[in-house]
Design a protein around this ligand. Structure first.
Ligand code: NAP
Ligand code: ZN
Ligand code: ZN
Length: 348
């Protein structure tokens, strides 16, 4: 059992273009599965990290935490998967398994820290490398089953974008009778529109422009407004029970809080590189809540995949070759993605 080098695309240093390379993968352990990666989504978080927008990172970096593939080998103790199963891997690949959060299935909040799929160090002390690669070895307990009925390429983005919207929409009870706004119609946002619609909420998209209006309405929104138009804020004042913000840049929060009803909630999932400011009166006048949400645990991620399969909710994707990754990064930063880039790993 030896370490194997596999093909990958990596950023050799912060802000450097990604290029073809090889990275080591550990031998398949007793509880591991070897996954032939077929597709990997490009999340805006990959770009924040590869360009060190969130602070110091580990290089070389192989990003990718929206992984979909097929099991090609299993360890002797594996019980949940067999060779040939369609599987996915999301934002983390291990955690302590014993703390209060791990025990209740919220491994993303492990008190010892979860092991990120990339830009992290595993519990074996080795660097982790993500999904822009041909193969990965992952513990079966951190591997998700991709249900029949979901195409692998359209399922890949669910492993981050899907769960990141599914979790807060459920926690904040998006459903029939609720007016829900999705702020930002990118990778996360477009899944938010689909999932909130499938949950039965009345969905409004708040986007910088009306360029993507037709798509938003097709994906499940009933209303679509441009936030570049000041009239939007007059017209929609006091409208929403819930706003889920997916925007990757700082925003004038006070303006958006004015769109909530009394008792409404603004739930943020975007992770901008710079802080936001807030006038506390925007919250206290109206008993409003300002909350955050980070991905979801393994159990909830599986629940999300099953929900998406039942409702036929794959991501809207642009399939690209590995050579197009750098160009795709620039397009994501310019809000020019419809609506998730997915890498065909056969081109790595
Ligand atoms: P994305 O595809 O780039 O979507 C972000 C959208 O935000 C854009 O499509 C754009 O929508 C809007 N936007 C961008 N810049 C803006 C600006 N300056 N002002 C107003 N709106 C702007 O990115 P993503 O992959 O969905 O990720 C979104 C954010 O969530 C990133 O910061 C990412 O790191 C973070 N994230 C968080 C979690 C979590 O667990 N909380 C998980 C995954 C990602 P319009 O064109 O419609 O305006
Ligand atoms: Zn992500
Ligand atoms: Zn833990």
């Amino acid at each position: 059992m030896t370490v194997t080098n596999v093909a990958a695309y990596a950023a050799p240093a912060a802000k450097a273009p990604l290029e073809r390379t090889t990275v080591p993968r550990r031998p398949v352990g007793e509880h591991d599965v070897l996954i032939d990666i077929k597709f990997a989504g490009i999340c805006h978080s990959d770009i924040h990290q590869a360009r060190e927008g969130w602070g110091e990172a580990i290089f070389p970096m192989v990003p990718g935490h929206e992984i979909a593939g097929v099991v090609s080998e299993i360890g002797s103790g594996v019980t949940k998967f067999k060779v040939g199963d369609k599987v996915g891997v999301g934002c983390f690949v291990d955690s302590c398994r014993t703390c209060e959060y791990c025990e209740r299935g919220e491994e993303q909040f492990c008190v010892e820290g979860n092991t990120p799929t990339y830009n992290g160090v595993g519990r074996d002390g080795e660097a982790t490398y993500g999904g822009y690669s041909t193969h990965v070895v992952v513990d079966e307990n951190y591997t998700l089953r991709i249900p029949e009925g979901l195409a692998l390429d359209e399922a890949a983005p669910l492993l981050c974008a899907g769960i990141t919207l599914y979790s807060p929409l459920n926690r904040w009870q998006a459903g029939p009778g609720k007016k829900v706004a999705i702020l930002g119609m990118g990778g996360l946002g477009h899944m938010g529109v689909k999932i909130a619609g499938a949950l039965g909420a009345e969905v409004t998209v708040l986007s910088q422009s009306l360029r993507k209006k037709d798509d938003g309405l097709k994906l499940g929104a009933t209303h679509y407004y441009a936030t570049s138009d000041e009239k939007t804020f007059e017209e929609l004042a006091g409208t929403f029970d819930l706003i889920v913000c997916t925007v990757s840049a700082p925003l004038p929060l006070d303006k958006y809080l004015s769109l909530l009803k009394v008792d409404g909630a603004f739930v943020n999932v975007g992770a901008p590189e710079e802080p936001n400011s807030l006038n506390m009166f925007s919250l206290i006048s109206g008993n409003k809540a300002l909350a955050g949400s980070m991905i979801g645990g393994i159990r909830e991620t599986q629940e999300m995949l099953d929900f998406c399969a039942r409702h036929g909710l794959g991501a809207e994707i642009e399939l690209i070759s590995a050579e197009q990754i750098n160009e795709a990064y620039d397009r994501v930063v310019n809000s020019d993605v419809r609506y998730r880039f997915v890498i065909d790993t056969a081109t790595i």
